[in-house]
Design a protein around this ligand. Structure first.
Ligand code: ADP
Ligand code: MG
Length: 848
């Protein structure tokens, strides 16, 4: 039995309360979702089913609806419920509730003129305007809010998102998933692309294969079911030139498409039974209001959690409409003019909802300039600050000791390694604290460079720290450094033999008792080098004499962690070395790491077997699987990387789960497969990686979350699905998961179904080169805005709009920033800029 009475009761309460969405705990939408779920399980009659559909369609994003729309939705559902409760007639087919739009049957709700044209296709009229919240005397709050939002004087961008009209607590909680917490967050939550639905044609002018929009009237709607119970909805559309079909696979979605409705539909024009055309599951909306989801350049936003694209788009539209205009311009007029940049308000508005592509490109340029400009100002003021920073201890290791060290290594340093070592030794010989970044491709030998720096510090009685982003990487470093330093014990030089450092590992897996013992030793100076995860910076860890801090894969750390660590040295200021395996072209690294000195390790240690990379045609998938099988038969292991899903991590995880199940069941039933995706807890991920390293699995199926820097020498083959959708830099990172042992390793690239020309070009480039820097430069040339770091693998400052391709802009921004800084280093005359810079750098900018 479907509980229509309860639904009615709750909705009536809501109506009495002026549609404020505060009568139900956690929002009406929570109640609705539960009610729908439960009702569907309770064997609804066909009549009830249609009511359920209607409720799901109209009320699931209740909190997002404007007041008038709330009234309409609630009243429509109440009226429908009344019919169901009376049970006096069967609901008409297809149109959800009542069969004939012109029926003059009396109804429970009084028929007042409609308040809003949005109801023109709905028979259920809203209550009289007297019940709208704005006019209801009991709703003081919302009245104030409305007045406030109409003001166009400076807006408070940090006002919580819930203060936006229509956003209730429930929806605000959903927005947490994408970290949109304030009005400013929403304004700056830019789409990652636009769907181009701006080409409108008459039905007979539509060309097969193109993405088009039509304005048409619904003339017929039929719902049929396939043999296996799936719904097929055919909507017949007509305009003055002809008719066409739109086919949907879910009648719930197309509730509002009733005969008579004027709609806009957008999508790819496909063939229908050979001789005519149709849309399959197109986007659509009623044509009685400003188009948002169709018929224009439609923004597509990253989603997470249960967020839905259309509701989010609607929210952002309302925020943009209401608040963008009043965004204050922070750039001085002369900078805008010199660089032909549009105003801020205009740019933000049009990056979301551009009228055409040219405008979008132009405003993107303005906002990209902003990012570079603010980063650059931050970099400049950081440098400025360091000039008066507390001094560091100068470390000047004995040349004899260094000699002994180099001799104890099982290999000769490459020229680039030697260059980095010299720069570091020179840096730390001064009182001025070192701030150096070592960039080197995976396997280029950064560890030994770090170890040399640690040795120099330790030899003078100071302590060093090496931090890695995950437990497994920390353990790897611990083993690696232990191995390197163990050679000391066998050295011919007595001076070196004395120096075998005392290493300690601090990470999640270390037992509490052992940890406390380690803390005591660190404080007493009985440990020379501490290696670990962020556990190192937890309270309780105090150093005796901290001289050097090394962070590996530093872009994984938040700012707080890094500066906390630096503060551990309390009296003096430790030297700081950061290491990264992300190759960043020089032009960009100058900007985002402009406050650091940079060393680059370009050449690989000799004797490395280059990984063989090959693009595999989708038809040859089975061959690729056979090849994997052969490698496994030889005792090796394999990675399978799942395609990138840009919209959301949740969908991506789901796809990975399915792929893992498919591979296990259909392709490799006899092998052991493991799964790794972004929705797992860090400890779970660690466990899986460790198990894989210990050869408990043959194949690891993973999304793009797979660990950078993880060392599994026994893995010799990596298959990358949907390879054309990844950036070159990221493909190269994936490839670096193999080729870490002595055996020949392979990387197989499987493109997706719709291989674009750019995608194909990327795959050819990566087939031909193993050089991370070359690939980064190529990426820079080929890829558009913001794509270099990939969507998840965050680069240091958050470049949301700018990309590596914007080298010209970057130069302009650098020049302008330097000039402004020279004039006014404390930005006293530019309070808006000063605020933005400090915001940017307090959340993500500390690169030291
Ligand atoms: P990464 O830069 O990725 O941290 P590692 O420091 O882990 O690279 O080095 C990768 C491998 O190369 C290690 O096994 C290391 O011992 C080896 N290696 C480092 N430098 C040299 C060298 N100059 N000659 C030969 N092998 C080297
Ligand atoms: Mg490393």
């Amino acid at each position: 039995m479907v509980d229509v009475e309860k639904l009615t009761k709750v909705l009536k309460l809501e109506a009495q309360d002026g549609y404020q969405n505060r009568k139900v705990m956690r929002g009406l939408e929570t109640f609705i979702t539960n009610w729908v779920t439960l009702s569907l399980k309770n064997n609804p009659t066909p009549t009830e089913s249609r009511l359920i559909e209607m409720v799901a369609d109209r009320l699931t994003d209740y909190g997002m609806l404007l007041p008038t729309a709330r009234v309409q939705a609630v009243q429509a559902v109440l009226e429908a419920s009344a019919f169901v409760l009376k049970g006096d007639r069967e609901l008409g087919p297809g149109d959800g509730v009542k069969p004939s739009p012109n029926s003059s049957q009396p109804s429970a709700v009084s028929r007042q003129p409609t308040v809003n044209s949005a109801t023109q296709n709905s028979e259920f009229k809203p209550n009289p305007p007297a019940s709208l919240p704005e006019i209801n005397p009991t709703t003081q709050n919302s009245k104030l809010k409305t007045q406030h939002s109409i003001q166009s004087s400076p807006i408070d961008l940090s006002a919580p998102i819930i203060s936006v009209k229509g956003v209730g607590e429930a929806y605000a909680r959903l927005l947490e998933f994408i970290e949109v917490r304030t009005i400013g967050d929403a304004l700056y939550y830019f789409p990652f692309r636009h769907e181009d639905f701006s080409s409108f044609h008459k039905i007979t002018e539509l060309l097969w294969g193109r993405v088009e929009s039509v304005l048409a009237q619904v003339v017929d709607k039929t719902v049929t079911r396939t043999r296996n119970g799936k719904e097929i909805v055919e909507i017949m559309l007509s305009d003055e030139t002809g008719q066409m079909r739109a086919i949907f696979f879910n009648s719930k979605m197309v509730y509002s498409l009733k005969p008579g409705a004027q709609v806009v539909m957008s999508g790819r024009v496909e063939r229908y039974q050979n001789n005519s055309i149709c849309f399959k599951a197109p986007q659509f909306e009623l044509a009685d209001h400003e188009l948002l989801h169709t018929g224009r350049l439609v923004p597509v936003y990253h989603l997470a959690g249960p967020l839905k694209q259309q509701a989010l788009r609607r929210l952002i539209k309302s925020v943009v409409d209401r608040y963008a205009e009043s965004l204050p311009e922070h750039l001085p007029a002369d900078i805008l003019q010199r660089n032909s940049l549009d105003g801020l308000a205009y740019s933000v508005k049009n990056l979301h909802f551009p009228p055409d592509i040219a405008t979008k490109e132009r405003v993107r340029r303005r906002l990209a300039f902003d990012e570079f400009f603010l980063i650059q100002l931050g970099v400049l003021s950081k440098r400025h600050e360091w000039q008066d920073e507390r001094p560091s201890i100068p470390f000047r290791p004995d040349p004899g000791l260094l000699d002994g060290w180099y001799k104890s290594l099982p290999f000769e340093l490459t020229d680039d390694q030697r260059g980095s070592v010299y720069s570091i030794l020179s840096d730390i010989s001064h009182e001025k604290p070192m701030r150096r970044l070592v960039q080197g491709d995976v396997g280029s030998g950064k560890t030994v460079v770090a170890a040399t720096a640690l040795l120099a510090v330790m030899a003078q009685g100071y302590q060093g720290v090496m931090m890695a982003p995950t437990q497994i990487l920390a353990e790897q470093h611990f083993k690696g450094l232990s191995r390197i330093f163990a050679k000391f014990a066998e050295s011919e030089s007595a001076q070196v033999r004395q120096l075998v450092p005392r290493l300690a590992l601090l990470s999640g897996s270390v037992k509490k008792k052992d940890k406390e013992a380690t803390y005591a030793k660190i404080l007493a100076g009985e440990v020379d080098i501490v290696i670990g995860t962020t556990a190192i910076i937890q309270e309780g860890v105090e150093f005796n004499k901290l001289g050097l801090v090394i962070t590996d894969e530093q872009h994984r750390f938040g700012v707080v962690q890094r500066s906390t660590l630096r503060d551990k040295a309390n009296i003096t200021n430790p030297h700081v070395l950061t290491m990264t395996a992300t190759p960043i072209p020089r032009s960009l690294s100058l900007t985002i790491y402009g406050d650091l000195d940079i060393s680059v390790i370009k050449t690989m240690p000799p004797g490395r077997k280059p990984i063989k990379t090959k693009m595999v045609h989708p038809d040859e998938r089975d061959k690729a699987y056979d090849f994997i099988r052969k490698q496994i038969a030889k005792g090796y292991q394999a990675f399978v990387i799942c395609p990138l899903v840009e919209e959301s991590e949740k969908i991506e995880a789901k796809a990975a789960i399915d792929e893992h199940a498919r591979l296990q069941a259909d392709i490799f039933p006899d092998l052991k497969l493991a799964l790794l995706h972004g929705r797992m807890k860090p400890s779970e991920k660690d466990q899986i990686m460790l198990a894989f390293r210990d050869k408990q699995h043959d194949i690891l199926v993973a999304t793009s979350v797979i660990e950078v820097g993880i060392d599994i020498p026994n893995a010799t083959i990596i298959l990358i699905e949907g390879a054309d959708r990844f950036g070159l830099a990221q493909l190269h990172q994936f490839r670096g998961r193999v080729g870490r042992g002595d055996a020949q390793s392979y990387c197989l690239l499987l493109p997706g179904d719709e291989l674009s020309e750019a995608g194909q070009q990327r795959l050819q480039i990566i087939e031909q080169s193993n050089d991370g820097f070359y690939l980064a430069e190529q990426d820079l040339k080929m890829r558009g805005p913001g794509e270099f770091f990939g969507t998840r693998q965050s680069g240091v400052p958050d470049l949301r709009v700018a990309g590596l391709g914007d080298t010209d802009l970057l130069e302009l921004a650098r020049t302008e920033a330097s000039q402004l800084f020279a004039r006014d280093p404390d930005l006293l005359g530019y309070p808006l800029i000063a605020k933005k810079v400090s915001q940017l750098w307090s959340t993500e900018g500390d690169l030291s």
